[in-house]
Design a protein around this ligand. Sequence first.
Ligand code: GLN
Length: 195
Amino acid sequence: MTRPRRVGVLALQGDFREHLAALRACEVEGVPVRLASDLDGVDALILPGGESTTMARLMEPGLKASIQRRSADGMPVMGTCAGMILMARDIKDGRPDQEPLKLMDISVRRNAYGRQIDSFEAEVESQAIGAPGPAVFIRAPQVAERGPDVEELASHGGHAVALKQGNRLALAFHPELTPDRRWHQYFVSLDGESR
Ligand code: GLN
């Protein structure tokens, strides 16, 4: 497989509709994923923004296990904001019952930007998307630690805000909330075989 043809979007809570719309704009078929069986027909998966505690609670155990297995087998996964939190190996100050999927070797701190600037828009620069593009941060997480295999694709204010490990991509912001589709295009161009 080269480019993913059908991209699943975890559709339990959060802004999955915006991700489905972004995929349509990229002329890629988006598939809402609610059950483990929904994963069977997809080549890649997006974990949307929203509330990571709620999403973790609504995911049935079979779905969590399938996501972990497919990711280990090479399925590309992108998490945005709450989705990034779900991808982490460890959540600082998460809720005790909030078990992340541990898809990437990152440790994240939820709601790390504080009250004053907990939501803002900024220009983010990355070779992954070419020229700088808009990024919407809403009660965004910050990366506290990352392993040696995790590459920083973009930073803002001294913090890594886009990270890549093999074909797993974690963004602290919401590319789905801007008309700029380059992050989705970048994601769907990731090779399904590489780890
Ligand atoms: N603060 C949210 C959480 O902890 C994430 C916010 C978002 O996805 N915009 O899950």
